[in-house]
Design a protein around this ligand. Structure first.
Ligand SMILES: Nc1ncnc2c1ncn2[C@@H]1O[C@H](COP(=O)(O)OP(=O)(O)OP(=O)(O)O)[C@@H](O)[C@H]1O
Ligand SMILES: [Mg+2]
Length: 372
């Protein structure tokens, strides 16, 4: 295995910049997940590492080798493409072992790897079929198997589970995590799926418009987003943002006055230089006050009383409620112990240690990083 280093990497098509000054170091044995909206340059970044796109400017290194000028087949990379292409004239078995055979693996290794991969991906019974006789999800698993069977320095995955149903996706996700740890794979993995990003990534890279907005552990990204873009992109439903006036040491919106001194890691001097801030509260961090009363008095709870519930969606264990706060549509996720109904009035509590503040104009985080 090997590390991957991208240094000031730029990619333009004609005059149009697509990836802008990207710097990233993926350590040996590390699993890095790229997330970001459609078109932000995730696939382009992977394809530059694989050698399928040239780099307009900058350097890419694998281990201690500069690879800018190496053709794809000399980079020792295995890739699962977003639009995976299988060899149509070959059986599933031949597709899976093709790369291994080409790299000169012996018959015993090929046999073991094939058995391993086909069991893991639940492909045993399809080994003699041709790709045309498989479902989309089965084909995607073959593409995955073909990459995993290879003994590569770096594995690149471009949304490899997008065609699978929820159950199979979950199975594959745990399998990928298992083999990644077992073989200590260095991997860059692109996904739209937040759960995949959170559960698979040692680190997550959040991109927007060809720029890296934040790199961090999944919990850093979730609890200490660098700005409102990361804050609202990661997490579902998205983080609520309320514009508040700074009034001395209080944040005021609607009829509520939140004591800023109780919010964890706030620098009051920084706050004093702002007339307004954006208060960020994740839907998951609201609780039904009727239930949170039973918690220890040392908890740093703030209650938003008299909230009128517009809509309740029951999701089984959770329920999502929609309401209006400070003129904004807002959401909270409550657990099944809450029996609130549509049109009822409720008090919602939030642990002020979980509340985030952002600069209204730059959208940057105003809270100092703490422990996650
Ligand atoms: N050959 C090309 N010529 C011009 N523009 C291109 C070319 N290939 C990709 N692009 C543009 O580059 C941008 C980034 O594309 P890319 O495929 O990397 O996005 P992505 O983040 O993988 O998106 P998605 O999540 O939809 O797969 C897009 O705006 C796309 O239209
Ligand atoms: Mg893509």
């Amino acid at each position: 295995m090997s590390s991957v280093i991208l240094r000031n990497v730029n990619k333009s098509y004609g005059n149009l910049p697509i990836v802008k000054n990207l710097n990233l170091e993926v350590k040996d044995g590390e699993f890095v997940v790229l997330v970001g909206p459609s078109g932000c340059g995730k696939s382009t970044t992977l394809r530059m590492v694989a050698g399928l796109e040239d780099i307009t400017q900058g350097d890419i290194q694998i281990g201690d080798r500069a690879i800018n000028d190496l053709p794809p087949h000399k980079r020792n990379i295995a890739m699962v493409f977003q639009n995976y292409a299988l060899y149509p004239h070959m059986s599933v078995r031949e597709n899976i072992v093709f790369g291994l055979k080409k790299s000169g693996a012996d018959a015993e290794t090929i046999k073991t790897k094939l058995a391993d991969v086909s069991e893991m991906l639940k492909l045993d019974e399809y080994l003699d079929r041709k790709p045309a006789d498989l479902s989309g999800g089965q084909r995607q698993r073959v593409a995955m198997g073909r990459a995993l069977a290879r003994d590569a320095d770096v594995y690149l995955f471009d949304e490899p589970l997008s065609n699978l149903d929820a159950k199979l996706r979950h199975h594959m996700r745990t399998e990928i995590a298992r083999i990644q740890h077992q073989y200590n794979m260095t991997a860059i993995y692109v996904t739209h799926d937040q759960i995949e990003a959170m559960t698979l990534g040692d680190r997550v890279v959040v991109m927007r418009d060809g720029i890296v907005e934040q790199v961090g552990s999944p919990m850093e990204i979730y609890l200490q987003p660098a700005n409102t873009f990361v804050a609202t992109f990661i997490g579902s439903p998205a983080m609520n943002l309320f514009e508040a006036k700074v009034d001395g040491e209080e944040l005021v919106f609607d009829k509520y006055r939140i004591p800023a001194t109780s919010i964890a890691n706030v620098d009051l001097n920084v706050l004093a230089s702002h007339d307004t801030v954006l208060v960020g509260i994740r839907p998951d961090f609201f609780e039904d006050s009727a239930l949170s009363l039973q918690r220890s008095p040392s908890d740093n709870l703030f209650a938003f009383d008299d909230i009128q519930v517009d809509l309740v969606e029951n999701l089984g264990f959770d329920k999502e409620i929609m309401f209006t706060l400070g003129g904004e549509n807002a959401k909270a996720r409550l657990d099944l112990r809450s029996h609130v109904q549509r049109q009822e009035t409720i008090s919602l509590s939030v642990d002020l240690n979980r509340v985030l503040l952002f600069d209204t104009s730059t959208q940057g985080m105003l809270i100092n990083a703490g422990e996650v």
